[in-house]
Design a protein around this ligand. Structure first.
Ligand SMILES: [Zn+2]
Length: 248
């Protein structure tokens, strides 16, 4: 990214209310810095921005998930007057080229919620608007979002916005094979830190999963650019025996 002249932006995506937003965000910033990951700019958090639905074809729908699944919802055509706001997504599959996983063809699924019942913005729309506002040209994220990307592409098309380049990297799983969640990620790093792990030891545990030698972060960045990261998910085992690091 940076070797191509890019800048790394940090955006706190905190639309979900009910969590200690600033506390969680500060924990995440701290963990990233602790791991040696620095960003060029932090853009405004989603909770501080507004997301008007102007220009996006939407309709209101108060139907249950079951009712929609059974095809009984007619809100898209009849115009609902209550409930969530959904994007009237054009039907049919979308194809795009992922920089890591190659050509992807997915159906968009059910019309996505773009504004919640309480009037709050919803992620699929907010992220598209933010990527445009923040001048994002490349998105690097986990492969669990390969399909969600086609919804974002449909929203970009509806708003006449360009589609950034997408690179979906394999998921880093816990030793139990389950996904490490964003909200728990911070706790996981904190737990390792509390057990006396150093940033070097974390990297030394992750890098061999990628077929790389256990080196220091500054060396690993150079190696990563030239490495074939596995196409499938890989597991991170925090209980594994530490790999000895070469002298700094
Ligand atoms: Zn409906």
């Amino acid at each position: 990214m940076r070797d191509e002249g890019g800048r790394l932006l940090l955006r706190v995506e905190d639309l979900d209310r009910g969590r200690a937003r600033e506390e969680v965000a500060e924990g995440q910033r701290h963990d990233l810095r602790w791991l040696g990951i620095e960003w060029d700019e932090e853009v405004p958090a989603q909770s501080t921005r507004v997301y008007p639905l102007d220009g996006l074809p939407t309709y209101r729908c108060d139907c249950s998930r079951k009712r929609r699944r059974e095809g009984l919802c007619t809100c898209r055509h009849d115009g609902g007057t209550a409930g969530v706001w959904r994007f009237a997504c054009p039907p049919g599959p979308v194809t795009y080229t992922d920089e890591w996983q190659g050509e992807q063809t997915w159906d968009c699924g059910d019309d996505p919620v773009v504004r919640r019942r309480d009037g709050e913005a919803a992620y699929p729309h907010a992220v598209v608007v933010d990527d445009h506002r923040d001048g994002v040209t490349q998105v690097v994220r986990g492969a669990d979002l390969l399909q969600a990307t086609v919804v974002q592409i449909r929203i970009q098309q509806a708003l006449g916005l360009p589609t950034p380049r997408y690179r979906h990297v394999p998921m880093l799983l816990g030793a139990d094979g389950r996904k490490l969640s964003k909200s728990h990620g911070s706790d996981e790093i904190r737990a390792l830190r509390d057990r006396g792990w150093t940033p070097d030891r974390v990297w030394a545990a992750i890098l061999p999963c990628l077929g790389l030698p256990p080196v220091h972060l500054h060396e690993a960045v150079g190696l990563l650019a030239k490495t074939i990261v596995p196409a499938g998910p890989f597991a991170f085992d925090a209980e594994a025996r530490p790999v000895p690091l070469p002298p700094a």
